[in-house]
Design a protein around this ligand. Sequence first.
Ligand code: C5P
Length: 408
Amino acid sequence: MDELADKHIVLGLSGGIACYKAAELCRCLIKHGASVQVVMTEAAEQFITPVTMQALSGQPVFRSQWDARSAGGLANNMAHINLSRKADAILVAPASADLMAKLAQGHACDLLTLLCLARPLQRVPLLLAPAMNHEMWAHPATQRNAAQLRADGVRVLDVGVGEQACGESGDGRMLEPPDLLYELLRALSPQTLAGQAVLVSAGPTYEAIDPVRGLTNLSSGKMGFAIARAAHEAGAEVTLVAGPVALATPRGVQRIDVRSALHMQAALQTHSQRARIFISAAAVADWRPAQTQDEKIKKGGSRQAPTLSLVENPDILAGIAASERARSGALFCVGFAAESHNLLAHAQAKRVRKGVALLVGNIGPDTFGRDDNALLLVDAQGATELPRAPKLQLARQLVAEIARRLPG
Ligand code: C5P
């Protein structure tokens, strides 16, 4: 996806061995549609050359505040103003301890610090990807500077843990390019759910028959995981309760793995106590074996095939939607319906039956396991179609629709 199409990013490099990752990061931003202007400090040039960064970004690198070339289309010899005005975001990766100290103090001693200080605070987000030795990162001075920068509205990103170039190990590694790309997308997303606690369920449930067999369904979990990511991008604090699926946890999302419908119900009931929004995208098994055998049921010989006796699982969503918090409006509930035909009629009926504000219908066989889908949103006012698109794109649209409907 060209997720950064039309976005202009100033990529700043300060001194640190993690500069080698900035080359990959630059490629990654360009691949996702951004135009990138690289700005390097003198120290950064000790680690990677401007030639490399120019080749990857397709633009000459800016290295000095005295550089008289035209910048951002203007020849007024004010690179720090022009570059920061043209940017949609400024990402400094790596951000050294020294650079963070300077920014926390408001110093403007080279082009990179100058343009960070000159950036329009409300319009251009500034992201710092710290990279340093673990002792330097843990030092009270660095932590004090990080806290001050956060208080000043800078997005100081977290650091990775592990082996460091110096041979020691600990906190302080720069995040990898895919994580930095995600943080940039998040900084550029409309913060429609800023600070809201969002609970999402995703994936199938697995109802054990015996230790090696069970009942489950075809849900891949992709839609629910995309919703969790989109809600986090929109500024929410997200808890994802996931049935057994092989999907990576979206960055920044708290994931709770469950297996059966009863496990899922317990986790969702607990977390719905403090959620503002509950989106029930899980495909909960309708029935479970009345009894789970402790030992594997043996087959063969003259033995007859076993008969399974099933009991119905609780309707988790309907239960939560009937809770005091949901009925008072403190919890906004969204359900899903996977149908095979008559989507509108079934979705409308299901919305009323489940007692939810919004119900999202989709055609089961057209979505299971796929990376795209089409949704039909049904609420008390009527129906809205979200045409076929990648699931992440639909998830972002759904999050915007939920934010628009949120009371207050
Ligand atoms: O009744 P049906 O399974 O079609 O309803 C689908 C919606 O209800 C989904 O949002 C699903 O997560 C939720 N559900 C539930 N507990 C069940 C069955 C479905 O929460 N036992």
